[in-house]
Design a protein around this ligand. Structure first.
Ligand SMILES: [Zn+2]
Length: 293
């Protein structure tokens, strides 16, 4: 599943590629991809003539700010047509990705939604396992209220709200493992299996530790590790794992090299001991028993 660095890589790609993309046509190839509004016609009509003005990210959600562009005769710059048209929100889940297409290639059978501009450039959403979702939240409605998962997200790892004090407060009474805590999107947004394992390795903390037993110095290290690991991965365009693809359809074999994730049975890069794997709350967890206590 794409995690924060991969979603951030997609966000940057969308912002670069979709310069002044105004939606002239929407084609829904699979109804269940549209989560809101419930009437698909409202989704199609609502997005018509919308400029994808700005792309933000919150946790693993992509959020496009929309501007209504009714009058063809209005010329750029963008500020000339400043009427807001709500938000297009996207969650890629397991296998969703976007592809920008400017030479009308026929859609594959996993194509779920197609957006076209007036030059017939296409922003195509493809999703093999079809867990990904999209919402059009019209102006005046709150995305946080309509999308529960979005409204309940904890702080962004790079925000100043995510500090040692905060971590200490939220874990002080938790008997769950620290791995399960890091995967909980209501505690911190955007971390999934890969970056939870990598951050814990980098901080030297065992994923099995009861969260409340982690002391202040370890928390300082953990917080720093999370930020460093995520930033490093964003810098290299995401990891080589998962079915993540960027806008060119590449799944990035140039991505971040992991230290423990999917390295079961291989030598630890620090101590030479073998990396182990075990499930925690249903998720494969990779760690070095010698380096992580
Ligand atoms: Zn080790």
């Amino acid at each position: 599943m794409p995690e924060l660095p991969e979603v951030e890589t997609v966000r940057r790609g969308l912002e670069q590629k979709l310069n002044n993309f105004i939606i002239k046509k929407v084609e829904i190839c699979r109804d269940s991809t549209v989560a809101f509004p419930t009437n698909k016609k409202d989704f199609i009509e609502g997005l018509h003539n919308s400029l994808l003005y700005k792309w933000d990210r919150r946790g693993k959600y992509l959020i496009a700010e929309l501007k209504k562009f009714e009058n063809e005769n209005i010329k750029f710059p963008l500020k000339k047509f400043s009427e807001n048209n709500g938000f297009l929100v996207v969650h890629l889940r397991m296998t969703g990705y976007f592809k920008f297409i400017n030479n009308s290639i026929l859609p594959c059978k996993h194509t779920r939604i197609r957006f076209f501009d007036k030059k017939n450039n296409e922003l195509r959403y493809i999703d093999v396992r079809s867990f990904g979702q999209m919402w059009w939240i019209r102006e005046g409605l709150s995305p946080n209220k309509i999308i529960k998962g979005l409204g309940s997200l904890g702080p962004e790892p790079f925000s100043k709200d995510f500090d040692t004090e905060y971590l200490k407060k939220v874990i002080s009474k938790r008997t769950k493992s620290i791995k399960a805590i890091l995967l909980d999107q209501t505690i911190v947004a955007g971390i999934g299996n890969i970056y939870a394992d990598e951050s814990l390795y980098s901080a030297g903390i065992s994923p099995f530790r009861e969260a409340r037993t982690i002391n202040k110095n370890e928390l300082i290290k953990l917080k720093e590790s999370i930020v460093t690991v995520l930033k490093k991965s964003i810098g290299s365009g995401g990891t080589t794992f998962s079915d993540f693809r960027d806008l060119e359809g590449e799944n990035g074999n140039f991505g971040l090299q992991t230290n423990v994730y999917r390295r079961t049975g291989k030598e630890c890069r620090k101590c030479g001991n073998l990396i182990e794997r075990q499930k925690i709350t249903g998720r494969s967890t990779h760690w070095c028993p010698k380096c992580q206590k």
